[in-house]
Design a protein. Structure first.
Length: 259
């Protein structure tokens, strides 16, 4: 059950799901009228209900007076990604492609925030490890402000295998780390010093333990965010969604604009 204005509106606009019923808070407002028109155009039944019904349908989420019964979204295998977003990146004609790889992100609020930042900043593709990752739930869609409904999110049964394939094709695989010390012989560079010169995959790890040893070993370099002060023990790192926004902006800001 989707909930919230942005997730429900974008889900209806993109039509990546099938819809059973639209629930609207009783009363006439510009929002309910707009949703009623969208539902009518798609022949989706509309039911007006008291707020407490929406509270129950959204499991206490911030529904803003709208819930939408819809089929779930599932990531597509990365081999199904459009060729121009993966294969075409091996040519000199497309050096500035950026994919985001997520290994074991489990908190739906984190995942939603990461997806929202990735969409806003212009990431070309997102691939998630199928194992130990949060599914694409309504909570994720709400946390992404509906970006999940617009983005194509892909999955990998074997994320290290995906990274190996793309590395052999000339992509640069970047890991992330909280501090500036070298990681098992892998050089660490500040995100402010990184120069985006070729197709790149930025890999973000689990909220608790970061990247797995196998995935880390496939990274050519590790990006880090330098703190602005000496930090006390226990707060030496950033939340993964905050770090994602900073790291992606530092890379995407280098995108060469078409003449």
């Amino acid at each position: 059950m989707l909930f919230g204005i942005a997730p429900c509106s974008l889900a209806l606009a993109t039509s990546k799901r099938s819809f059973s019923r639209l629930f609207l808070k009783a009363g006439v407002t510009p929002t309910t009228e707009a949703f009623s028109r969208q539902a009518e155009d798609r022949k989706i039944p509309v039911q007006t209900v008291p707020r407490k019904v929406l509270d129950r349908l959204s499991h206490g989420g911030v529904h803003q007076g709208v819930c939408l019964e819809a089929t779930p979204l599932h990531p597509t295998g990365w081999t199904q990604a459009p060729a121009h977003r993966l294969e075409g990146a091996t040519t000199e004609e497309a050096p500035q492609l950026l994919w985001l790889a997520l290994e074991g992100i489990q908190d739906p609020m984190n995942l939603g925030a990461v997806l929202r930042s990735a969409h806003f900043l212009g990431v070309d593709g997102i691939v998630m490890s199928r194992k130990n990752s949060c599914p694409l739930t309504p909570v994720v869609s709400k946390a992404s402000s509906g970006a999940m409904e617009v983005l194509d999110v892909f999955s990998a049964d074997d994320l290290p295998g995906f990274l190996k394939v793309k590395s052999k094709e000339g992509w640069e695989v970047l890991g992330t780390v909280a501090h500036a010390k070298a990681q098992d012989g892998i050089p660490v560079v500040s995100c402010l010093d990184f120069r985006w010169m070729k197709p790149t995959i930025l890999v973000l790890g689990n909220e608790g333990h970061g990247l797995s040893p196998e995935t880390k070993s496939l990274c050519r370099r590790m990006l880090t965010i330098a703190p602005g002060r000496e930090l006390e023990p226990g707060i030496e790192s950033l939340n993964v969604s905050v770090a994602a926004g900073i790291l992606l902006h530092s890379i995407c800001a280098q995108k060469v604009k078409a003449p």
